[in-house]
Ligand binder design. Sequence first.
Ligand code: CS2
Length: 497
Amino acid sequence: MRALSRDTTPAGALIGASAPDATGMVHLGLGNFHRAHAAVYTAEALALAGGEWGIAGFANASDRVAAPMRAQDHRYSILELSDEGTRAGVVDVHRRADVVADDPGAFVSSVAEARHRILTLTVSEVGYSRSSRTGALDLESPRVRADLDTPRSPRTAVGLIARGLTLRAEAGDPFTVLSCDNLQSAGRATRQVVTEFLQHSGAADDVLDFVAQRVSFPNAMVDRIVPATTAETSAEVAALLGVTDGAPVRAEKFSMWVLEDDFAAGRPAWDAAGAIMSDEVEAYELVKLRLLNGSHSLIAYLGGLDGQPTIPDAWGQDFVRDAVLAGIRHDYLPSIELPRGFDPAPYVEQLTHRWGNTALGDRTSRVGSDGSTKLLQRIPDAALHALADGRTPHLLALTVAAWIAAVSARSGFDAGAIAAEMNEPARQSLAAATRGARDNREHARRVLEGGFLPDALVAHRPFTDRVADLVDTIVRHGARAAAKEATAAAAAGTETR
Ligand code: CS2
């Protein structure tokens, strides 16, 4: 079978249109999510409205995606899996696929190049180098400190963006940095860390003025469930398209993008392609980060501890479903001022189908990975809202407890093979913080007080006590028992005062 390329793409398989050779955007984080989300909107926008919007793509560190894309004329396929069946299509909007770690200077000069007008980011929550305790740029991180010492040769995403903008400031061409990660107030948060980086690295005033006045950082809510590629993905693509693809992506059918229309130097016609331009993006971000992502974390940790390899397997367990729906009802929904005209009932109904997508086969270990940074976007503000209201957010406490049990297990407690597969960058610091704890509750308290969660939340004893109790229940009686206990307590409406 022939390999995917410009010449072998089957007629009718192209999604949207091919980009022109000229690149108008730079992307950092050339992974599956970007390729199944913004890249698809771009392909559709090009088909409807054209424009010089080819993408110069940069992967962070690995050539796993970039190398096959280069070998395939930058094309790759998307395998869409839904109740309606499976279909494959080819995306052709990238004009470059390189690896930043191999040549950071190439990325930096791409950001500075006048013809590039937007930088899109999918660097994941971890990539923003924010402090867990305060949300500001993490000045204690050794990688951030190294970049602040040598800001002309950065390695972190924030340092790289700051360097690119510093060079761009010389000509002063307007620019947009668009975060496509699961962050609350994603644009504002990105502007904050980039500006703090510039300030702490001694940037000149004209650079700071340029970033403040000529660079926009729109907020955006991004949504499409995109699991890791598996060996079957390539086989299914080969069966449907008749070509081999070294870098296919699997994705659900659902896709949503809500953006603030604040682009300093223009944008593709993403709205024509179905993206929603809104002045209520932050409300949409909260809906998505809490109802989808927060619940997703709970499904992943309860499921992982229960030995369920996939999200649909976990979702198929009644105790998981009951806990998640109780969390949405009692803890998340009351914490959100919903966008105008937004009806949560069909949204939640749709989520239940998305989580139940067996063909997609999203893994509990994927969603459970990076909990130390993901949970910060999903739990603390919602929990603070409930606590201020005099309620204990039992299911949010359960999410934190299940995360602790899964990735920072007490000696003598086996969290199981699935939890072991979760990639948790804080594993070592969690182990150091909990070493020598005398019992399950003290173990939990050491995590809570160890700087892994915001100070404002840890100050609430009813919350930390609840987490400690639930960790104890998980270790002694299992995740099912803890989930049932928290679900029942939420239904009973236990008050904190
Ligand atoms: C998931 C997200 O990894 C996670 O924690 O919750 O990747 C989720 O699949 C996407 O945000 C869906 O848009």
